[in-house]
Ligand binder design. Structure first.
Ligand code: NAD
Length: 302
């Protein structure tokens, strides 16, 4: 019986997140067969010690576990359609991309129908967490499949939560990010109102960070420069977590609210607000929404 580190890992999608995640598996002693269509990503993976192969099917055929870290659900489903037939029977597929709950369930069904196993395992923690191996994984799938994925997820992450069956990892991800988007907008509206009423940012922070309006958005990611020196507001809103990604996640949350008949008025409005902001400022950190609220309120930048 081989130990988990002797398992071969196929890694498909070596972008901002997948590249460093694959590198951490190599560092932990896993043999990683990697594929990405982009030459620069291939070069980086080679430099990190992965074996770069010519196609996704080639990486899959030799692997015991296949990890995907891809831009969206359409690409995940198309790729599963391409690679499932190449896999050894019973291969475990671990999709770490952020995708629609319905797409995640479909991916798991496709894997099962082809004689394989699958879990959804989206992450939070961003590029810095991917590089440091401190991501949080939210996993949906059967107990035994979760147990098999766990040693690898623990290499790439600092916290791994088994949230439930297929698709429930994605559910946790979009619920969290919907709440984050809503709370960043609410916080930013309160800050701009405070500005209008003569409340300085420092005094706002001093009061609200220990009062009932306290939130992660304020204490770890303050959208105005000063109170939290590490927040993107201090660096001209360079991401961080780009508005384009928040817009994507709120779009997934909005479609899940609608598909499940939830009266999520604030979540839907947050999706609209970030969708509008994303038209002009997709590359800015999502906390820059405060600058948009200020502009739309007829205020000069503070
Ligand atoms: P990215 O665009 O940097 O990387 C995606 C990679 O997938 C690219 O290198 C692309 O070439 C590759 N790819 C596309 N089609 C492929 C295919 N058919 N086969 C193999 N590779 C293919 O994106 P990212 O920032 O690494 O994000 C990946 C996923 O993680 C997304 O779903 C995103 O929502 C999620 N996520 C990102 C962050 C973040 O901060 N960047 C945080 C949490 C979650």
């Amino acid at each position: 019986m081989s130990t988990s580190v002797n398992k071969k890992v196929g890694f498909l999608g070596l972008g901002h997140m997948g590249g460093p995640m694959a590198a951490n598996l190599v560092k932990a002693g896993y043999e990683v067969l990697a594929f990405d269509p982009v030459p620069a990503a291939q070069e980086q993976a080679k430099a990190d010690g992965a074996t770069v192969v010519a196609t996704a099917a080639e990486a899959t055929a030799a692997a015991d576990i296949v990890i995907t870290m891809l831009p969206n659900g359409r690409i995940v489903l198309d790729l599963y359609g391409e690679i499932l037939a190449a896999a050894k029977p019973g291969t475990l597929f671990v999709d770490c991309s952020t995708i629609d709950v319905a797409d995640a369930k479909q991916a798991a069904e496709m894997a099962a129908a082809a004689g394989h196993r699958a879990v959804d395992a989206p992450v939070s923690g961003g590029v810095a967490g991917a590089a440091a191996g401190t991501l949080t994984f939210m996993v949906g799938g059967a107990d035994a499949d979760f147990a098999d994925a766990l040693p690898l997820l623990e290499v790439m992450g600092g916290k791994v939560v088994h949230c439930g069956g297929a698709g429930v990892g994605q559910a946790a991800k979009i619920c969290n990010n919907m709440l984050l988007g809503i709370s960043m907008i609410g916080l930013s509206e309160a800050i701009v109102l405070g500005e209008k009423l003569g409340l300085t940012h420092d005094k706002f922070f001093d009061v609200v960070s220990t009062a009932s309006g306290q939130s992660w958005a304020l204490t770890s990611y303050c959208p105005v420069p000063g109170p939290v020196p590490t927040s993107p507001a201090n660096n001209d809103y360079q991401p961080g977590f780009a508005t384009a990604l928040m817009n994507k996640d709120l779009g997934l949350a909005a479609s899940a609210l609608q598909a499940n008949g939830v009266d999520g008025q604030i979540g839907l409005l947050a999706a609209e607000i970030y969708n509008r902001f994303n038209q002009d400022e997709s590359g800015k950190d999502f906390s820059a929404i405060v600058t948009d609220i200020r502009k739309r309120s007829g205020e000069e930048p503070a």
